[in-house]
Design a protein. Structure first.
Length: 365
């Protein structure tokens, strides 16, 4: 990792890991009693305004997807842009691209970083991260990705097929470490080109999009989450989040389900009957982190029973970043039943908080 990339990423990382003491020396120093800035009471999410950048501590635009070439070769991808403010009135931007080639089992990942505010007006947003470009269109639910490198490159146009999915009723997630707005476009058509080691594939498929923003922290191990974005072949779309607190125990499970005709149901572990059972574990040879690997996922209120299995075990994302920001982001196969009828589909799973972060020294002030 170049010195420039490291200099840009570390401030972003420390916002993720805890709080405001950015650009400190080694080891990282965080004041005792650090808390998130107060987050204003929630206002309704409105489009197109809220698909652009916000004045918030942390924000991200995230896509995952399932692609096929013209001859039926399968790929998965995830692409994300992180924007973090470190108190200096300048944003740090980091973008990551991960691609899985199902046929070969190879997993590719590349990243870029830069500093500066995204360029936006009332009709569009364009973010340049070094030589990559990410665009949010004037029509809600439309995006474009241009990410190139020597090993893997992806250019995609993405257009939503559904209405927006607001999580927890109004798209507002309050937590003890700050609050975040959160919504999804659970099904986007994806069309473009993928280049791997010089070989070009014309691809199309289906993508999932998330946007979150607010004055909140991402703490790192043992806090973290298991997150599931499921697209069923019959047209249903399901998001499930299982969050862990600082003691590593599950503190909340919630979800959102959209039927093929756009009806949204909000789910909780108690009311919706969400249950997540881990079937196996996988330990990364690179970081030593041990991740869940394979799940039984059930939602009693939807009469839904699913088994999710990784298509490739090693889909860990490091991106040249320090250990605290390492996570697993993987394409998984889906099978099971809904209303007693066999169902299958595709999904992406994100696992955060399974790799030991760099030690943080606490300073009394």
């Amino acid at each position: 990792m170049t010195d420039l990339l490291r200099a840009l990423i570390l401030p972003l990382l420390l916002v993720f890991v805890l709080a405001g003491c950015i650009k400190s020396g080694e080891p990282s120093v965080v004041r005792i009693g650090s808390v998130p800035d107060p987050t204003p009471p929630p206002e309704p999410i409105e489009f197109p305004e809220d698909q652009f950048a916000h004045d918030s501590r942390l924000e991200w635009w995230y896509h995952n997807g399932h692609l096929e070439s013209e001859n039926g070769r399968e790929f998965g991808f995830h692409f994300v842009v992180f924007k973090a403010q470190d108190g200096s009135n300048e944003s740090n931007l980091v973008a990551q691209l991960g691609v899985i080639d199902v046929e070969s089992g190879e997993h590719y990942e590349v990243s870029r970083a830069t500093a500066g505010l995204p360029e936006s007006d009332s009709n569009s947003l364009e973010i340049e991260i070094a030589d990559w470009v990410y665009r949010v269109g004037d029509t809600p639910g439309t995006h474009a990705v241009e990410a190139t490198s020597e090993v893997v490159s992806l250019t995609l146009d993405l257009v939503s097929e559904t209405e927006v999915m607001l999580h927890k009723e109004i798209g507002w997630i309050p937590t003890e470490i700050g609050s975040t707005y959160y919504y999804s476009w659970p099904r986007q058509t994806a069309t473009g080109q993928l280049v791997i080691d010089g070989e070009t594939f014309n691809v199309n498929g289906t993508s999932w999009f998330d946007q979150q923003w607010g004055d909140f922290f991402v703490l790192g191990k043992p806090a973290g989450w298991q997150w599931f974005a499921v697209q069923l072949e019959r047209g249903g779309s399901l998001m499930i989040t299982e969050s862990r607190g600082t003691d590593g125990e599950v503190i909340e499970t919630y979800g959102t389900y959209m039927t093929p005709d756009g009806v949204v149901t909000h789910l909780t572990g108690d009311v919706g009957g969400i249950k997540v059972d881990v079937l196996d574990r996988w330990t990364s040879p690179s970081t030593g982190g041990t991740y869940p690997s394979g799940w039984n996922l059930s939602v009693e209120s939807l009469d839904l029973e699913l088994t999710l299995m990784p298509l490739v075990l090693d889909q860990e994302v490091q991106g040249g970043l320090p250990a605290a920001s390492t996570y697993w982001e993987g394409k998984v196969a889906v099978g099971g039943t809904q209303d007693g009828t066999p169902v299958s589909g595709n999904a992406y799973v994100e696992l955060s908080g399974y790799v030991d972060p760099k030690p943080v020294m606490w300073r009394q002030r």
